[in-house]
Design a protein around this ligand. Structure first.
Ligand code: ADP
Ligand code: MG
Length: 347
């Protein structure tokens, strides 16, 4: 869209030049794409028997990322993963990406291209192609809005609302690693950083900078109807379990001792003198999948999903709504789960 009052400051890379460069650097090889970058809008052929899934995420500099601790490539990568992970949590196959960008007038072309490099590195393993976007100057920092589309067999999208009392609660992977990586970057716990073995430090930083989206596993859960409900862990388990429970009108009992922790997180928590389970409950941006499975499907889940290298952990059980959301500790005591995960507009 044209701005109301055109800014005089010129981008070192013109808007037109950027669009040309993107077209050349990230060509689409997608047969369903009738028209990609270069027209007024993209045109995509709709596969029969599938539903369209759409998600968008907005990242604002200073709120979602800090250019003192994240490179442009990191920012682009994580913006894409946040969306791909949402598509994964719907049990859908990601297909296309659109990118809206507002950059400070003084930004340099290589910064924008680095951002796209990270973004498309996240998309490539899933064959997601760039089909459009919008570009603007910003009077106040960077803004990056990424939209990903996907498709799912009609009627098999995994919703947050399908959990039933008695369903087992599962997560993929390990929890809290990304938060530990962020704390290492922001030097919030300098002692922990110096005491941590370098391999653990590298692992946690990688989990923070290059998380993966569980797109294939999400599709497996959806197409085989193995899960009754699913959500991806973007804000942190303590908050995200609440979203799933609210949508399903149920409660949950989580078992502290069952939370899957990486050896690196355990080492970090020890060095930092904090509780690793607290990091696992609070930590955002792990992009693991949290899902519920009916007792009748537990054997099928093990058979269909128990691949080598794929970690699935049962962390609790769905309870009636009146139970609320509670944590059972190793000695069997129950307490209410506090919300410690990230929330905007919290005073
Ligand atoms: P309009 O003025 O109609 O919005 P633009 O000049 O903004 O058109 O966009 C021209 C083409 O370039 C469109 O296909 C649009 O999707 C694409 N495009 C613009 N900015 C970006 C961007 N930052 N990333 C990817 N594609 C872009
Ligand atoms: Mg435009």
């Amino acid at each position: 869209m044209a701005p109301v009052a055109p800014r005089q400051a010129r981008h070192p890379l013109s808007e037109f030049g950027l669009i040309r460069t993107l077209q050349r650097r990230f060509p689409s090889r997608d047969n369903a794409l009738i028209r990609g970058i270069g027209d007024d809008a993209a045109v995509v052929a709709m596969p029969a028997g599938r539903h369209l899934v759409l998600t968008t995420d907005l990242l604002a500099e200073g709120v979602h990322f800090d250019l003192r601790t994240a490179s442009f490539e990191d920012v682009g990568y994580k913006a894409a993963i946040a969306n791909l992970s949402d598509v994964a949590a719907m049990g859908a196959r990601p297909e296309h990406v659109l990118v809206a960008l507002a950059a400070p007038a003084a930004c340099a072309a290589p910064q924008i291209l680095q951002l796209y490099k990270g973004l498309m590195a996240a998309c490539r393993p899933y064959r997601v192609s760039l089909i459009g976007g919008d570009t603007s100057a910003s009077a106040n920092g960077w803004f990056l809005s990424v939209t990903v589309t996907g498709t799912v067999p009609a009627g098999s999208a995994l919703l947050r609302s399908g959990a039933r009392v008695g369903d087992a609660i599962y997560v993929t992977g390990t929890l809290g690693d990304s938060l530990a990586g962020l704390q290492l970057l922001s030097r919030r716990r300098p002692m922990a950083a110096t005491r941590l073995p370098p391999a653990d430090r590298r692992f946690l930083l990688r989990r923070h900078r290059r998380p993966l989206a569980h797109c294939r596993f999400g599709q497996l859960l959806g197409t085989h109807r193995l899960a009754t409900a699913a959500i991806d862990l973007s804000d942190g388990l303590s908050g995200d379990i609440r979203h799933l429970c609210e949508e399903s009108r149920v409660g949950a009992e989580l078992h502290t001792a069952a939370l899957p922790l990486s050896p690196a997180l355990t080492a970090y928590a020890k060095a930092a003198g904090t509780d690793p389970a607290a990091l696992a409950l609070q930590g955002g941006e792990d992009y693991e999948l949290l899902f519920t499975v009916s007792p009748a499907n537990l054997r099928r889940l093990q058979r269909a999903a128990g691949e080598p290298g794929r970690r699935l952990t049962r962390i609790g059980v769905i309870q009636p709504k009146s139970f609320g959301i509670r944590l059972r500790d190793a000695s069997g005591n129950l307490r209410r789960l506090p919300v410690t995960s990230y929330e905007h507009f919290r005073s």
